[in-house]
Design a protein around this ligand. Structure first.
Ligand code: MG
Length: 342
């Protein structure tokens, strides 16, 4: 039977290996929506990972999806048109929009029998190392997490509490790996933050993410001017239009598919950042292999990658993508290259 862009979806609780704690929040799973878009016998898969503090959840995503009707969509897809349509339904909702965009890219690859990274001119040879995050915890658990992240060549550390130096020293007692630091807006005094950044540089840290509150553009800019390490905007930039507001206050931006509403706009953000001379880190939320492979398809165009969903979750319903020498492996499978768990 001829099928024309039929969307089906189901909620899924993606379990975290450890309760996730950043400045002020803690949780044990992340609600996802897994979607499938069918077209003439082929299926594209997408996912929305809805971390609670960004405001989307199963209910908002279901309400949104109930308004989506892709029967007008013809192949080849015009992704600008798709995004304009998705934005016309409702503002916000970037994660569920990303799910649709990712599924269309996967489907597109399967229709063309091409890997998604080819659509963006990404060369797997240029894949950056991907960090794996070590969440805040008591020293004993931190050491266990470092051990479990042994495949990673770079570790990312969440700071922004009074125990920042202790956490770094704990990691340094067992590992010499380069570190990325994410303050998640947790630092409140710019002079102290800068002092800490100089200390972190001596401790082998390579970049700093979102030192202070996103609304405090001036303090973040003050730190960026003086920092010996690249300072990257994360919470301060979500979609393409936000780059203009942060371009003078940071050295670079953290692009995440669940913020950018998918791969198409993430790619545009990478291109715009390059035009502005900004560095690019590609990051993620707690995600299955679907969004992991989607982000990995764009990662060769970025300076750094922090794509660690499958490392931090315990019930990924798909096969974990290949990871070797600290990097995700892009295969020549059609679409994103998602494989069933066997
Ligand atoms: Mg961050």
């Amino acid at each position: 039977m001829f099928e024309c862009m039929v969307i089906t979806y189901k909620p899924f609780e993606l379990k975290l290996r450890y309760p996730f704690s950043i400045s002020g929040f803690s949780r044990t799973f992340t609600p996802l929506i897994l979607i499938e878009i069918r077209h003439e016998g082929l299926s594209g898969f997408g996912e929305a990972s809805m971390v609670p503090y960004l405001g989307e959840n199963i209910e908002t995503a279901s309400v949104y999806l109930s308004q989506v009707n892709l029967s007008w969509l013809n192949y080849p897809f015009n992704y600008d048109e798709v995004m304009a349509y998705l934005d016309s339904i409702a503002p916000g909702n970037p994660a569920i929009k990303a799910a649709i965009d990712i599924a269309l890219h996967d489907l597109h690859g399967k229709i063309e029998n091409k890997s998604c990274y080819q659509f963006f001119g990404a060369d797997p040879e240029n894949m950056p190392l991907s960090s794996v995050t070590i969440g805040m915890d008591v020293p004993q658990i931190v050491l266990q997490k470092v051990k479990e992240a042994e495949l990673a060549h770079v570790l990312k550390v969440k700071l922004g509490s009074k125990a920042d130096k202790v956490l770094i020293e704990t990691i340094r007692s067992v590992s010499n790996k380069p570190l990325y630091v994410d303050a998640n807006q947790g630092w409140t005094n710019k002079e102290q933050a800068l002092d800490l950044i100089f200390w972190l540089q001596e401790m082998g840290v390579k970049l700093i993410e979102q030192p202070m509150a996103k609304a405090d553009i001036r303090s973040n800019a003050w730190i960026t001017e003086r920092s010996p390490l690249p300072v990257i905007a994360d919470e301060a930039v979500q979609r393409l239009q936000d780059i203009e507001q942060v371009k003078d206050a940071y050295h670079g931006i953290n692009v995440k598919l669940m913020k950018s509403a998918g791969m198409h706009e993430a790619h545009k953000m990478i291109l715009r950042a390059r035009e502005l001379g900004l560095k690019v880190l590609i990051g993620c939320m707690s995600e299955t292999s679907i969004a992991t492979l989607a982000a990995a398809s764009l990662a060769p165009l970025c300076d750094w990658a922090d794509i660690d969903g499958p490392f931090l979750t315990s019930n990924n319903p798909f096969k974990m993508p290949g990871f070797k020498n600290g990097k995700w492996i892009l295969t020549n499978r059609a679409g994103l290259g998602i494989e069933e768990n066997t």
